[in-house]
Design a protein around this ligand. Structure first.
Ligand code: NDP
Length: 332
């Protein structure tokens, strides 16, 4: 069984925390993660410089009292640069506005592994590249820092030019609240692969199960209202998933009737006898993700148009049309 090392507040050597002493932290992007991490850094005793284009996000950073600058100026001023703009804009932004301000000895901190692992970020030599990737949406990164519950995050050193990249990683993780919930030692490859695997294997399978179940139940003569509420409109599956996280995949079964438990476990047993899904998942993991094929396809200029077409196609599917009608009938 492979286990990862986990770092928590109490297990971090005080010496590691000096990695940020006297260094200016730049937060590039003041969106979901940027606003939350900048506030957490400030409450941890740092004075981050925020870099953003001049617009509504910038206005809210200034309103909250942050030292607001252009992206190029903030990068120039910073020794440790947190890259918190959307993944799809990072390659071009790093090339045009961030790389020119990075000097040997600086640290670039990414919050997801995708771009660096797939070779899409051109980072100057001599610059450390590390990952501090919260497993949490931005708003909760802030709330869970304030209430001291914390959140898990993945941490790694991708390039150690200075010999002190690991200390910087832990110090940043701690300052944003990532070691309260546990900083799990990972890698950009692992973070990116698992993220893509959930998106491209697990979630499509779940969406397909719901879509197929809808079709079969409607063909059996049941009403759209009953079927869609049973499947997801009631939000019961969201409740069940919350209990899966809290009580365990099978631990939560006790919340269901005995009839339900018997039906679920009996049917699950029958599914274990074939491994077609495992073969499909393995193909997604190896052939699409780890090979880099998906990243190459998504980097092509026409990929955005293909996404728009796929979204249109999904929006016109029978279940989407039925859902719109049922929602209209049920009202807000
Ligand atoms: P957001 O979409 O919230 O980022 C918005 C910010 O990026 C704004 O400051 C926006 O400024 C700026 N921005 C957008 N486009 C551009 C551009 N073309 N040029 C310059 N600035 C731009 O991003 P997230 O916070 O969601 O994600 C940031 C990073 O965190 C990503 O690497 C993501 O994978 C990672 N992450 C996100 C999580 C989440 O739950 N959201 C969880 C864990 C990691 P402007 O006003 O100029 O548009």
């Amino acid at each position: 069984m492979a286990h990862a090392e986990i770092h928590r507040d109490r297990s971090i050597d005080a010496a590691d925390l000096t990695a940020l002493s006297g260094r200016t932290i730049g937060v590039i992007g003041f969106g979901n993660q940027g606003a939350a991490q900048a506030a957490n850094l400030r409450d941890s005793g740092h004075a981050p410089v925020v870099g953003n284009r001049d617009d509504a996000y910038a206005a809210s950073a200034a309103e909250e009292g942050f030292d607001l600058r252009s992206i190029a100026d903030a990068t120039d001023a910073a020794d440790v640069v947190l890259l918190l703009v959307p993944d799809e804009v990072q390659p071009e932004l790093v090339r045009s506005e961030i790389a020119p301000g990075l000097r040997a000895g600086d640290t670039l901190v990414v919050a997801s592994g995708y771009n660096f692992h797939f070779g899409l970020l051109e980072v100057p030599d001599g610059v450390d590249v590390v990952m501090v990737a919260p497993r949490m949406i931005g708003a909760a990164v802030r709330d869970r820092y304030v209430d001291r519950h914390g959140f898990p995050c993945f941490v790694s050193v991708e390039r150690d030019a200075t010999g002190r990249a690991w200390e910087t990683t832990l110090a940043v993780a701690r300052a944003i609240g990532g070691t309260l919930g546990g900083a799990i030692v990972s890698s950009a490859r692992e973070e990116a692969a698992l993220d893509l695997f959930s998106e491209q294997a697990v979630w499509p399978a779940i969406l397909d199960v719901v879509r197929t179940a809808h079709r079969v139940a409607i063909e059996a003569g049941f009403s759209e209202e009953a079927v869609l509420n049973e499947l997801y409109l009631s939000a019961e599956p969201a409740e069940v998933f919350a209990h899966v996280a809290r009580d365990g995949l099978f631990g939560q079964l006790g919340l269901h009737s005995r009839t339900s438990q018997y039906g679920q476990l009996r049917a699950l047993r029958a599914l274990e006898s074939h491994d077609e899904q495992a073969s499909r998942f393995a193909r997604v993991m190896h052939d699409d993700i780890l090979s880099g094929d998906f990243a190459r396809e998504w980097s092509r200029p026409e990929a955005g148009e293909r996404l728009d077409a796929l979204r249109r196609e999904a929006g016109e599917s029978p279940i989407a049309a039925a859902e719109a009608e049922v929602r209209a009938r049920l009202g807000p």
